[in-house]
Ligand binder design. Structure first.
Ligand code: SF4
Ligand code: SF4
Length: 125
C-alpha cells in the first residue's frame, strides 16, 4: 500500500515536471518547439488524455468518447497546440496519444496499430 502511494506520487511528480517543461519550452524556446512538432507524425484523435494530465482542464468538454476544447479556436495555449513534443509526453499520457515520433521505432509500431481516425457517428456504430 505504501509502495503504491509512493509510485503514484512519483508518477504525478513526473507529469508535473512534464507540464512545466512544455510550458517553459513554449514560453522561452518557441523555435525549438516548432522543430519538435515537425518531427512528430500522426494526428490527434481527440482522446483528451493530454487535457487530463494531473488535473482535468476546466475548458475540456467530454461527451461519450469525444472531447472538445471550449477555447480551441481562441486562447488555446501553445503547450496544448503542440502536444506531444517528444516521447516523454506520450509516456505522460500512458501511450494513449495517436501522434508518434518515427525515430522511436517501438512507439511507431504501437502508434500505427492505433489507427488515428476522426471519430464520427458513422464509424462508431
Ligand atoms: S485548454 Fe483546451 S486543449 Fe488545452 S488542456 Fe484545456 S481543454 Fe485541453
Ligand atoms: S493525447 Fe494526443 S491524441 Fe489525445 S487529445 Fe492529446 S494530442 Fe490528441
Amino acid at each position: 500500500m505504501f509502495t503504491n502511494r509512493f509510485l503514484r506520487v512519483l508518477k504525478m511528480g513526473k507529469r508535473l515536471k512534464g507540464k512545466l517543461r512544455r510550458f517553459l519550452l513554449c514560453l522561452l524556446y518557441p523555435s525549438r518547439v516548432q522543430e519538435h512538432v515537425r518531427k512528430r507524425e500522426g494526428e490527434c484523435d481527440q482522446c483528451g488524455a493530454c487535457c487530463k494530465i494531473v488535473l482535468s482542464c476546466p475548458f475540456l468538454i467530454e461527451y461519450g468518447s469525444h472531447t472538445a476544447c471550449r477555447i480551441y479556436n481562441s486562447f488555446r495555449p501553445m503547450a496544448c497546440r503542440t502536444f506531444p513534443l517528444d516521447q516523454r509526453d506520450i509516456e505522460d499520457v500512458e501511450h494513449h496519444c495517436t501522434f508518434f515520433f518515427p525515430d522511436k521505432q517501438g512507439s511507431r509500431e504501437t502508434a500505427q496499430l492505433i489507427v488515428p481516425v476522426w471519430r464520427t457517428e458513422k464509424n462508431e456504430s
